[in-house]
Ligand binder design. Structure first.
Ligand SMILES: [Zn+2]
Length: 419
């Protein structure tokens, strides 16, 4: 393999435009309305499968819908049970989402494989590309069913999750033509899996700010959520003197600012107070009770712990000073998942090969890698998106960036084959 051979099949610039055109075509499979709405096991999901199958065939893969609603394209080596490298992303979108979140990571590796195939390059290992059915968790109150199925971690209760119409995930899969009882059989053998790589739009502004087309993901963020209950004392808003009030909302307001100050002053820690309820929530009553949520995210468990400790201390200080009762309860927590060192190093080499700067950054959002990490080493390549925007009809990438990322993946796949 020489460097120049990679660039002859698709002329410079053509690859990026093909990618954009394909993603435009896929975006037509959507519920009516603004942007793209394509939910798991929906008519739109069914309708987009022939298009993805066509891309898979162009790439030399054989498409098949699996028991969990994933469309999986496998090359002959993968079908024969040889060691296989998995790529892919999710086909589903949020309500009125964009064209790229998810589908980019399906279309792009398929285009990279097609470009290699046109060059007559055969990879010395098996490859499969997966269009996972569900990552966004919009239709069912459960998510990552497809990637969990590959990792062998789907539990029976997940299949009982119901959508808004009361249809269970199991019923939806059967209606979609899948056999959910076979889900345990599609778990991949870790010994035969070389790794999992997902290409995804960044969903943030960093690459745009740095003027880089792609970035190498170091980790998928860890998340924790807390419910904070702050109790004061209700009272008449006209007759209670200001210095005799125990106003839970004023205390909560101070706490929100204290949390923001911890977050602003800590690198690699982000968070939000996203939900707040005031009781009794009346125009002329001093607020007696406020409950609010605190969410903290960091790719580093120690930073997240120190952030939690700083937030807790700040809340206690405000509560004590204002004589308010404070109750804080942890409601959710998920550990960060780290991308494999060899995958990051190999992506870095591939970026150098494709003349792209290779900045490392962490993902503040969850992805299929969270589930796939239980099966195999994971890696992620981010692609710059316009204004850092995602989950929005205006989500966009440029053809040039799409081309750059495709060429990085082509280089990565060829490197992986070298001894
Ligand atoms: Zn996504």
């Amino acid at each position: 393999m020489t460097n120049t051979a990679v660039y002859t099949a698709f002329s410079q610039g053509a690859l990026g435009q093909v990618l954009i055109d394909r993603l435009d075509e896929a975006a037509q499979f959507s519920e009516p309305g603004s942007g793209v709405t394509r939910l798991f096991c929906s008519q739109e999901h069914r309708d987009v499968l022939p298009l993805i199958s066509h891309w898979m065939e162009q790439a030399g893969l054989t498409p098949q819908l699996d028991a969990a609603g994933n469309l999986v394209g496998r090359c002959s080596k993968a079908q024969a049970g040889e060691k296989t490298f998995i790529m892919g992303s999710h086909q589903d979108s949020v309500i009125e989402g964009g064209k790229y979140d998810g589908m980019l990571g399906v279309a792009l590796p398929l285009l990279a494989l097609e470009a290699l195939k046109r060059e007559g390059i055969t990879l010395p290992y098996g490859v499969e590309v997966v269009a996972f059915g569900d990552e966004e968790g919009v239709r069912f109150p459960t998510t990552l069913v497809g990637s969990k199925a590959l990792a062998g971690s789907v539990t029976p209760d997940q299949l009982e999750a119901k959508d808004a119409e009361g249809t269970t995930l199991q019923e939806a899969l059967i209606a979609f033509g899948c056999t959910p009882k076979d889900i345990p059989h599609i778990a991949r053998d870790p010994a035969k899996t070389l790794g999992f790589l997902e290409v995804h739009i960044e969903q943030g502004p960093i690459l745009e700010q740095r003027n880089h087309a792609v970035g190498i993901v170091t980790a998928l963020t860890g998340i924790e959520r807390h419910r904070v209950k702050l109790s004061g004392k209700a009272g008449h808003a006209g007759t209670t003197p200001m210095d005799m009030r125990y106003d839970a909302l004023v205390g909560a307001a101070e706490m929100v600012l204290a949390i923001d100050s911890v977050l602003q002053s800590t690198d690699n820690l982000v968070g939000v107070v996203g939900k707040l309820n005031v009781h009794p929530n009346a125009v002329n009553v001093i607020p007696a009770q406020v409950t609010f949520t605190v969410e903290l995210r960091s790719p580093d468990a120690n930073i997240r712990q120190r952030g939690r400790e700083a937030v807790t201390a700040a809340l206690q200080e405000v509560a004590t000073r204002r004589s308010l009762a404070l109750d804080m309860e942890n409601t959710y927590s998920a550990d960060a998942v780290t991308c494999a060192d060899w995958m990051m190093a190999s992506l870095e080499q591939a970026c150098a090969h494709a003349d792209q700067p290779a900045e490392r950054l962490f993902s503040g959002a969850g992805h299929d890698g969270l589930a796939m990490q239980a099966l195999t080493d994971i890696g992620m390549l981010f692609v710059r998106c316009k204004d850092g925007l995602s989950h929005h009809p205006d989500e966009a990438i440029s053809a040039a960036d799409g081309e750059a990322a495709t060429r990085v993946i082509m280089a990565f796949l060829q490197q992986l084959g070298r001894p």
